[in-house]
Design a protein around this ligand. Structure first.
Ligand code: WA2
Length: 268
Protein backbone atom coordinates (compact mmCIF):
# COMPACT_ATOMS: atom_id res chain seq x y z
CA UNK A 1 0.00 0.00 0.00
CA UNK A 2 2.87 2.35 0.85
CA UNK A 3 4.52 1.52 -2.51
CA UNK A 4 1.28 2.19 -4.39
CA UNK A 5 0.88 5.58 -2.68
CA UNK A 6 4.44 6.57 -3.57
CA UNK A 7 3.89 5.54 -7.16
CA UNK A 8 0.72 7.58 -7.35
CA UNK A 9 2.51 10.62 -5.89
CA UNK A 10 5.25 10.28 -8.48
CA UNK A 11 2.75 10.05 -11.33
CA UNK A 12 0.98 13.12 -9.97
CA UNK A 13 4.25 15.02 -9.89
CA UNK A 14 5.04 14.10 -13.50
CA UNK A 15 1.60 15.06 -14.84
CA UNK A 16 1.41 18.34 -12.90
CA UNK A 17 4.92 19.29 -14.07
CA UNK A 18 4.16 18.44 -17.69
CA UNK A 19 0.92 20.45 -17.56
CA UNK A 20 2.79 23.49 -16.23
CA UNK A 21 5.66 23.18 -18.69
CA UNK A 22 3.22 22.90 -21.61
CA UNK A 23 1.19 25.92 -20.45
CA UNK A 24 4.26 28.08 -19.94
CA UNK A 25 5.76 27.11 -23.29
CA UNK A 26 2.46 27.76 -25.10
CA UNK A 27 1.92 31.17 -23.50
CA UNK A 28 5.53 32.04 -24.28
CA UNK A 29 5.09 31.00 -27.92
CA UNK A 30 1.91 33.02 -28.49
CA UNK A 31 3.57 36.08 -26.92
CA UNK A 32 6.63 35.71 -29.19
CA UNK A 33 4.41 35.32 -32.27
CA UNK A 34 2.58 38.50 -31.47
CA UNK A 35 5.81 40.47 -30.99
CA UNK A 36 6.86 39.15 -34.43
CA UNK A 37 3.65 40.65 -35.85
CA UNK A 38 4.45 43.98 -34.13
CA UNK A 39 7.89 44.01 -35.78
CA UNK A 40 6.12 43.67 -39.14
CA UNK A 41 3.69 46.44 -38.14
CA UNK A 42 6.62 48.83 -37.53
CA UNK A 43 8.32 47.82 -40.81
CA UNK A 44 5.06 48.37 -42.72
CA UNK A 45 3.78 51.60 -41.16
CA UNK A 46 6.97 53.35 -39.99
CA UNK A 47 9.40 52.48 -42.79
CA UNK A 48 7.35 51.58 -45.87
CA UNK A 49 5.24 54.78 -45.73
CA UNK A 50 6.57 58.28 -46.38
CA UNK A 51 6.05 60.10 -44.08
CA UNK A 52 5.77 57.34 -41.41
CA UNK A 53 2.15 56.36 -40.70
CA UNK A 54 2.94 55.53 -37.05
CA UNK A 55 3.56 57.64 -33.95
CA UNK A 56 3.90 57.08 -30.19
CA UNK A 57 0.16 57.60 -29.52
CA UNK A 58 -0.87 55.08 -32.19
CA UNK A 59 1.74 52.55 -31.02
CA UNK A 60 0.64 52.99 -27.39
CA UNK A 61 -3.04 52.54 -28.25
CA UNK A 62 -2.49 49.52 -30.49
CA UNK A 63 -0.19 47.74 -28.03
CA UNK A 64 -2.56 48.45 -25.10
CA UNK A 65 -5.57 47.06 -26.99
CA UNK A 66 -3.68 43.92 -28.10
CA UNK A 67 -1.88 43.22 -24.80
CA UNK A 68 -4.17 40.18 -24.24
CA UNK A 69 -2.25 38.55 -27.12
CA UNK A 70 1.00 38.74 -25.10
CA UNK A 71 0.06 37.24 -21.74
CA UNK A 72 3.62 36.90 -20.37
CA UNK A 73 4.98 40.28 -21.50
CA UNK A 74 4.82 43.30 -19.21
CA UNK A 75 5.31 45.61 -22.20
CA UNK A 76 6.76 46.04 -25.68
CA UNK A 77 8.78 48.82 -27.27
CA UNK A 78 10.60 49.82 -30.46
CA UNK A 79 14.19 51.08 -30.39
CA UNK A 80 15.60 52.69 -33.54
CA UNK A 81 19.15 52.10 -34.75
CA UNK A 82 21.00 55.44 -34.76
CA UNK A 83 24.65 55.63 -35.88
CA UNK A 84 26.78 58.34 -34.28
CA UNK A 85 26.95 60.46 -37.44
CA UNK A 86 23.12 60.75 -37.31
CA UNK A 87 22.83 61.40 -33.56
CA UNK A 88 22.58 65.21 -33.68
CA UNK A 89 20.00 65.13 -36.40
CA UNK A 90 18.00 62.46 -34.57
CA UNK A 91 18.04 64.38 -31.28
CA UNK A 92 17.04 67.64 -32.96
CA UNK A 93 14.12 65.96 -34.73
CA UNK A 94 12.94 64.14 -31.59
CA UNK A 95 13.46 67.15 -29.31
CA UNK A 96 15.28 65.13 -26.63
CA UNK A 97 18.73 63.68 -26.13
CA UNK A 98 19.61 59.98 -25.95
CA UNK A 99 20.05 58.77 -22.36
CA UNK A 100 21.64 55.65 -20.92
CA UNK A 101 19.65 53.08 -18.92
CA UNK A 102 21.06 54.83 -15.84
CA UNK A 103 19.23 57.98 -17.01
CA UNK A 104 22.42 59.91 -17.78
CA UNK A 105 23.01 61.68 -21.11
CA UNK A 106 24.59 59.09 -23.40
CA UNK A 107 28.35 59.39 -23.95
CA UNK A 108 29.64 59.09 -27.53
CA UNK A 109 29.16 55.58 -28.98
CA UNK A 110 29.51 54.11 -32.49
CA UNK A 111 25.77 53.59 -32.51
CA UNK A 112 22.71 53.75 -30.25
CA UNK A 113 19.30 52.09 -29.92
CA UNK A 114 17.02 54.73 -28.35
CA UNK A 115 13.39 53.73 -27.69
CA UNK A 116 11.04 55.82 -29.84
CA UNK A 117 7.78 53.86 -29.30
CA UNK A 118 6.68 52.13 -26.12
CA UNK A 119 3.66 50.49 -24.56
CA UNK A 120 2.53 52.67 -21.67
CA UNK A 121 3.17 49.89 -19.12
CA UNK A 122 6.92 50.36 -19.71
CA UNK A 123 6.94 54.06 -20.63
CA UNK A 124 10.01 54.50 -18.40
CA UNK A 125 12.23 53.17 -21.24
CA UNK A 126 11.27 56.03 -23.65
CA UNK A 127 14.40 57.73 -24.97
CA UNK A 128 16.81 55.27 -23.37
CA UNK A 129 19.62 53.69 -25.39
CA UNK A 130 18.92 49.95 -25.05
CA UNK A 131 22.52 49.23 -26.11
CA UNK A 132 23.65 50.74 -22.78
CA UNK A 133 22.56 47.64 -20.87
CA UNK A 134 24.73 44.54 -21.23
CA UNK A 135 21.92 41.97 -21.63
CA UNK A 136 19.85 44.17 -23.96
CA UNK A 137 22.92 45.02 -26.04
CA UNK A 138 23.86 41.35 -26.54
CA UNK A 139 20.27 40.62 -27.60
CA UNK A 140 20.27 43.47 -30.12
CA UNK A 141 23.54 42.33 -31.71
CA UNK A 142 22.51 38.67 -31.85
CA UNK A 143 19.02 39.36 -33.26
CA UNK A 144 20.21 41.59 -36.09
CA UNK A 145 23.01 39.18 -37.05
CA UNK A 146 20.59 36.24 -37.26
CA UNK A 147 17.31 37.86 -38.32
CA UNK A 148 15.58 35.78 -35.65
CA UNK A 149 13.93 36.27 -32.27
CA UNK A 150 16.43 36.03 -29.40
CA UNK A 151 16.23 35.92 -25.61
CA UNK A 152 18.54 37.25 -22.91
CA UNK A 153 19.61 35.21 -19.94
CA UNK A 154 17.43 35.84 -16.86
CA UNK A 155 18.26 39.17 -15.16
CA UNK A 156 16.63 41.92 -13.06
CA UNK A 157 14.54 44.01 -15.45
CA UNK A 158 14.06 47.74 -14.96
CA UNK A 159 10.81 46.81 -13.18
CA UNK A 160 13.12 45.16 -10.64
CA UNK A 161 11.49 41.78 -11.36
CA UNK A 162 13.43 38.75 -12.58
CA UNK A 163 12.73 38.09 -16.25
CA UNK A 164 14.12 37.91 -19.79
CA UNK A 165 14.02 40.29 -22.76
CA UNK A 166 12.84 39.22 -26.22
CA UNK A 167 14.20 41.01 -29.32
CA UNK A 168 13.21 40.90 -33.01
CA UNK A 169 15.22 42.85 -35.61
CA UNK A 170 13.45 45.21 -38.04
CA UNK A 171 15.14 45.67 -41.42
CA UNK A 172 14.79 48.49 -43.96
CA UNK A 173 14.34 46.02 -46.82
CA UNK A 174 13.62 42.34 -47.34
CA UNK A 175 16.63 40.06 -46.94
CA UNK A 176 17.13 36.53 -48.26
CA UNK A 177 17.14 33.95 -45.45
CA UNK A 178 20.83 33.23 -46.17
CA UNK A 179 21.88 36.92 -46.10
CA UNK A 180 25.39 37.64 -44.75
CA UNK A 181 25.78 39.20 -41.30
CA UNK A 182 27.28 42.43 -42.72
CA UNK A 183 24.31 42.86 -45.05
CA UNK A 184 21.93 42.26 -42.15
CA UNK A 185 23.67 44.88 -40.01
CA UNK A 186 23.67 47.41 -42.87
CA UNK A 187 19.93 46.86 -43.45
CA UNK A 188 18.99 47.13 -39.75
CA UNK A 189 16.37 49.78 -38.95
CA UNK A 190 15.82 48.93 -35.29
CA UNK A 191 14.65 46.44 -32.71
CA UNK A 192 11.19 45.44 -31.52
CA UNK A 193 11.21 43.80 -28.14
CA UNK A 194 9.58 43.29 -24.83
CA UNK A 195 10.06 42.16 -21.29
CA UNK A 196 8.91 38.76 -20.06
CA UNK A 197 8.17 39.60 -16.45
CA UNK A 198 8.63 35.97 -15.40
CA UNK A 199 8.63 36.71 -11.67
CA UNK A 200 5.11 38.14 -11.52
CA UNK A 201 3.36 36.86 -14.66
CA UNK A 202 4.41 33.20 -14.28
CA UNK A 203 3.42 33.38 -10.62
CA UNK A 204 -0.05 34.43 -11.81
CA UNK A 205 -0.23 31.63 -14.35
CA UNK A 206 0.71 28.92 -11.86
CA UNK A 207 -1.59 30.22 -9.13
CA UNK A 208 -4.60 29.40 -11.30
CA UNK A 209 -3.76 25.68 -11.53
CA UNK A 210 -4.98 22.90 -9.27
CA UNK A 211 -2.28 21.53 -6.99
CA UNK A 212 -0.46 24.87 -6.80
CA UNK A 213 -0.19 24.70 -2.99
CA UNK A 214 1.60 21.35 -2.86
CA UNK A 215 4.05 21.99 -5.71
CA UNK A 216 7.36 23.88 -5.90
CA UNK A 217 8.20 24.97 -9.45
CA UNK A 218 11.53 26.32 -10.67
CA UNK A 219 12.55 27.34 -14.19
CA UNK A 220 16.23 27.51 -15.14
CA UNK A 221 18.25 28.77 -18.06
CA UNK A 222 20.60 25.81 -18.52
CA UNK A 223 22.38 27.10 -21.64
CA UNK A 224 25.60 26.61 -19.68
CA UNK A 225 24.95 23.24 -18.10
CA UNK A 226 27.48 23.69 -15.33
CA UNK A 227 26.00 27.05 -14.31
CA UNK A 228 22.17 26.90 -14.24
CA UNK A 229 20.56 30.35 -13.87
CA UNK A 230 17.30 30.75 -11.96
CA UNK A 231 14.61 32.19 -14.23
CA UNK A 232 11.66 31.52 -11.94
CA UNK A 233 11.22 30.41 -8.34
CA UNK A 234 13.50 30.44 -5.36
CA UNK A 235 16.87 28.75 -5.20
CA UNK A 236 16.47 25.18 -3.91
CA UNK A 237 19.00 24.36 -1.16
CA UNK A 238 21.75 22.02 -2.35
CA UNK A 239 21.31 18.37 -1.46
CA UNK A 240 17.53 18.67 -1.22
CA UNK A 241 16.46 15.01 -0.99
CA UNK A 242 12.84 15.53 -2.12
CA UNK A 243 12.25 13.73 -5.45
CA UNK A 244 11.92 16.02 -8.46
CA UNK A 245 10.76 15.84 -12.06
CA UNK A 246 12.40 17.77 -14.90
CA UNK A 247 10.58 18.96 -18.06
CA UNK A 248 12.43 20.44 -21.03
CA UNK A 249 11.14 23.82 -22.26
CA UNK A 250 11.48 25.32 -25.74
CA UNK A 251 11.17 29.11 -25.80
CA UNK A 252 12.17 29.36 -29.46
CA UNK A 253 15.76 30.65 -29.22
CA UNK A 254 17.97 27.70 -30.27
CA UNK A 255 20.96 29.40 -28.58
CA UNK A 256 19.33 28.95 -25.16
CA UNK A 257 18.16 25.90 -23.20
CA UNK A 258 15.59 25.96 -20.43
CA UNK A 259 13.98 23.44 -18.16
CA UNK A 260 11.39 23.25 -15.40
CA UNK A 261 12.00 21.39 -12.14
CA UNK A 262 9.00 20.37 -10.01
CA UNK A 263 8.94 18.85 -6.52
CA UNK A 264 6.42 18.45 -3.72
CA UNK A 265 6.57 21.10 -1.03
CA UNK A 266 6.34 18.34 1.59
CA UNK A 267 7.99 15.01 0.88
CA UNK A 268 5.23 12.52 -0.01
N1 WA2 B 1 12.18 46.32 -21.84
C1 WA2 B 1 11.58 46.47 -20.63
N2 WA2 B 1 12.22 46.41 -19.46
C2 WA2 B 1 13.54 46.19 -19.50
C3 WA2 B 1 14.23 46.02 -20.70
C4 WA2 B 1 13.50 46.10 -21.91
N3 WA2 B 1 14.11 45.96 -23.11
N4 WA2 B 1 15.54 45.81 -20.39
C5 WA2 B 1 15.63 45.85 -19.04
N5 WA2 B 1 14.44 46.08 -18.48
C6 WA2 B 1 13.03 47.58 -27.08
O1 WA2 B 1 15.39 44.81 -27.75
C7 WA2 B 1 14.68 45.99 -27.95
C8 WA2 B 1 13.38 46.06 -24.35
C9 WA2 B 1 14.37 46.17 -25.50
C10 WA2 B 1 13.69 46.25 -26.86
Amino acid sequence: IRRAALRKAEEGLVSMCEERARMLQDQFAVSVNHVHALAILVATFHYEKRPPALDQDTFAEYTARTSFERPLLSGVAYAERVVHADRENFERQQGWIIKTMKHEPSPVQDEYAPVIYSQETISYIEGLDMMSGEEDRENILRSRASGKAVLTRPFRLMSNHLGVVLTFPVYLNDLPSDAKVDDRVAATAGYLGGAFDVESLVENLLRQLAGNQELVVNVYDVTNNSNPLVMYGSEVPLGNPSPSHICMLDFGDPFRRHHMVCRYRNKP
